[in-house]
Structures are given as structure tokens and as C-alpha cells.
Write a protein that binds this ligand. Structure first.
Ligand code: ARG
Length: 415
């Protein structure tokens, strides 16, 4: 307890400047990543589909690839925060511990006795051990021996999960999203990812660094995932609606962003409901102030419903229009340039699947991309975009690229 108070006081004495994110491409100053850890070792050919991975990654290599990704960002002056570090630090606060334990103990699965036993075991763990249990999960055989008599335990296979692992923590984009100076804790659609937001929620609530951070979106439950939210320009959001974000999620996110004055226009963009296009950022990301890289197959059939405030706490929804047109108008530019990922449909489809369109802008005209998407990267360069290539043979097995694996916390304003 004393240690915690000292920690908060020292942060009060030297506060961090308030972070904010108003665009997709403003110079990146601080980003949240998650270095993949033991939770990836839980993946097997039997559970990988359910856990939303397309294979079983080689974990050591995935870590090396991720370290190289973080290093590329650091080499460009970006401060990299790692989710596991923030989680351990936040768990020094007792309120965070209670919230974390509450999120992990599933009484429906464990029954009353085992749930109680797990609660008391987790309560006895230090912050590091608790953070590991929250991220990596626990199998029935890993539960402390004292509960040997539990019927639930006897009847489960020893390697069944008592607490599910969270291998998709790697994709920090989805479980929180900054709009202006506020952070929104999202609501994840798939059961395998549901609990991730309990961790981002407690980090932003209890880590001393975020004590002054306000919340956007509030306690809404309609699904919205960060991979669907694009900050096209200050005050202009695009929200993909498809496999993950639902129409209700887009509506309530739009309503809350408009009411809080975080946006003047929100474009709700329907995308095909399938795995290859699970988020808007799998088909379109911004690479410059006025340019996107886009999957050619969607270029001409991407539409948007513009949503604006009615000035009275409600929203006005316009008729649907071509996305590129609606976006340019809301952004106040003549045209949104499109760099597409190869005219040959087979190459385009392959590179879209491998997250060729999923770039992370470090600054206007400077992006991080997977090296394997050779043609897409060449096209980006031919259009004057500088590409920082990273390898992602293992990271990519979770179907996410540099944008999915990063949550910008602070970007300098666009000049
Ligand atoms: N923003 C993104 N595109 N994230 C990709 C997330 C991938 C993750 N395996 C999932 O299925 O949810």
C-alpha cells in the first residue's frame, strides 16, 4: 500500500503531458503494444480456431518478430508501452486486483466451490503472478492442489481451461481506442476476446499514468472493436460494421463521440461479414493525410452512412454514399487518394489476407508494413510513401498486421 501511495505522489510531481490522438497519421509519440507471451503457447490445433488464430505460431520467433517491430518504432522516436508492464504496475492497486480477479473467475464454469478456491488463490498472488494468470489463463491441473476434491475439477480434463488464455492481447488495437484526449474501452464481439477489455479497463482506471484520462463511450455493451475505428481527420471518424462491430455498436459509439464533441461526423461503413475482412482496417488504412491503402475489391463498393449530431443530443443519419466521396467531404479535402494493393486480383487477395492493407502510420507518409506483401509495399513506395518493413511470418498467424498490433496513445497534431 505504502509503495503505491509513493508511486502516485511521484507521478503527481512530474505529470506526463496529456496524451491525445486526433488522426491516423499524426507523428506517433506513444503506442501501446503487447509482446506475445505464454498465452500463445496455449494454442493447439484443437483450439486455434476458437481462439481466432489460423495456425499454431512458433512463439520464440513471434517474440523476435515483435521485438523487431517495437525496435523499428523506437528507432523513430516512438515511446513503446508494453501492456504486460502496465498491467503489473496497475495491479499494485488493490482495486485493480479485485477487478482483475473478478474478470477471471467464471462461476458458471467452475461452480461455487472451485470459484471460491480460485478467487482465494489469485488473491494470494503478487502482481506479476496475477498478471500472468490473467493473460495466460490457467488449466485445471494448474489450479492449486488443495481443491483436489472438487467434482468439477475431477470431471474436467486436466488441460481444460479453468481461466481462458488471451492470445489475441497481441492485437492491442481492438480492446481500447483513443479519440482526442479520451480513451474508449471497446466491447469485443467474440467470446475468445471478451475478457481483454477487463484488462485494458483496469489499466486505464488504475495505472497512475492514466489517472487524468477521461473516458469516451462509457459503459456501452454493443460491440465495437478498435480495428473498425479510423480517425480519418480531427473530428471525422469512420466505423466499420461487419463481423465484429455491430450496427448498434456503431450507432452508440457515434452518438457518444458526437455528444462528447469528439467528432463532428461519423461515417458508418458496412464491410463484408467474414474473417478476411473482420475489421475495416483489414481493407483500408491511412498512409498519409489524404491517402489510404485500400483493397481494390472493395474500392468501388465501400459505402458510408454519414452520422452527425442534431444539436439536441440525438443524431441525424444521411443516406448512404460512396465512402471515398463522403470521407473527402467530411475531411474537407477535394479527394482521398487511394493506393490499391495490386491490380491482379489473386495477388491482391493474397496480400489482403496477409494484412497488406493493415499499415501503421508513424507519421504522414511513413508506415510500418509486413515485408511479405511485396507488391503492396512497392505500390506504396511508388506513390511516395516510405515503408518500414517488418517480418511477420509468425505474428501474422493471428491474422493481424502492424495496425492491429498497436494502439496509439499519443500522436502529435497534424501541422
Ligand atoms: N484490428 C485488427 N484487424 N485486428 C485483428 C485481430 C485478429 C484476431 N485474431 C481476431 O480474430 O480478432
Amino acid at each position: 500500500m505504502t509503495a503505491h501511495i509513493t508511486q502516485t505522489e511521484s507521478v503527481d510531481a512530474a505529470p506526463f503531458p496529456a496524451p491525445r490522438v486526433d488522426s491516423e497519421v499524426g507523428p506517433l509519440r506513444t503506442v501501446l503494444l503487447h509482446r506475445p507471451g505464454l498465452e500463445l503457447k496455449r494454442l493447439t490445433p484443437r483450439n486455434n480456431d476458437q481462439l481466432l488464430f489460423d495456425g499454431v505460431p512458433w512463439v520464440d520467433r513471434a517474440q523476435e518478430e515483435h521485438d523487431a517491430f517495437a525496435e523499428v518504432l523506437r528507432s523513430r522516436g516512438v515511446e513503446v508501452l508494453l501492456l504486460a508492464d502496465l498491467l503489473v504496475e496497475a495491479l499494485h492497486d488493490d482495486r485493480a486486483r479485485i477487478a482483475g480477479i473478478h474478470s477471471a473467475v467464471n462461476e458458471r464454469r467452475l461452480g461455487i466451490d472451485l470459484a471460491d478456491a480460485l478467487r482465494s488463490h489469485l488473491s494470494s498472488c503478487g502482481p506479476e503472478q496475477l498478471a500472468t494468470a490473467l493473460m495466460t489463463g490457467m488449466t485445471f491441473e494448474e489450479l492449486p492442489a488443495a481443491e483436489g476434491a472438487s467434482l468439477v475439477r475431477k470431471m474436467h480434463h486436466p488441460i481444460d481451461f479453468a481461466v481462458d488464455p488471451l492470445p489475441n492481447l497481441l492485437f492491442t488495437r481492438d480492446s481500447s481506442v483513443w479519440v482526442g484526449d479520451r480513451v474508449a474501452i471497446t466491447s469485443l464481439a467474440m467470446p475468445a476476446r471478451d475478457r481483454e477489455t477487463a484488462l485494458t479497463d483496469l489499466i486505464y482506471a488504475y495505472h497512475s499514468r492514466f489517472r487524468r484520462t477521461g473516458r469516451a463511450y462509457g459503459a456501452h455493451s454493443a460491440p465495437v472493436e478498435g480495428g473498425d475505428v479510423l480517425l480519418l481527420a480531427p473530428g471525422v471518424l469512420a466505423i466499420g460494421v461487419g463481423e465484429r462491430t455491430t450496427p448498434a455498436g456503431a450507432e452508440s459509439f457515434a452518438r457518444s463521440a458526437l455528444a462528447d464533441g469528439l467528432a463532428h461526423t461519423v461515417l458508418a461503413v458496412p464491410i463484408t461479414q467474414e474473417r478476411a475482412t473482420m475489421h475495416l482496417d483489414t481493407v483500408c488504412t491511412m498512409v498519409d493525410r489524404d491517402a489510404v491503402v485500400m483493397y481494390p475489391a472493395v474500392r468501388d463498393n465501400l459505402f458510408a452512412y454519414p452520422v452527425r449530431s442534431d444539436g439536441n443530443g440525438g443524431v441525424l443519419v444521411d443516406d448512404r454514399r460512396p465512402f471515398l466521396e463522403a470521407a473527402a467531404e467530411a475531411m474537407g479535402i477535394e479527394r482521398l487518394r487511394v493506393i490499391d494493393t495490386g491490380l491482379d486480383p489473386v495477388t491482391a487477395e493474397r496480400e489482403q489476407w496477409d494484412d497488406g492493407n493493415n499499415t501503421l502510420a508513424v507519421a504522414p507518409g511513413l508506415v510500418v508494413a509486413y515485408e511479405r506483401n511485396v507488391e503492396t509495399n512497392e505500390r506504396l513506395e511508388a506513390s511516395g510513401i516510405e515503408v518500414l518493413r517488418i517480418s511477420g511470418s509468425e505474428l501474422g498467424s493471428g491474422r493481424g498486421g502492424p495496425r492491429c498490433m498497436s494502439c496509439p496513445i499519443d500522436r502529435a497534431p497534424l501541422a
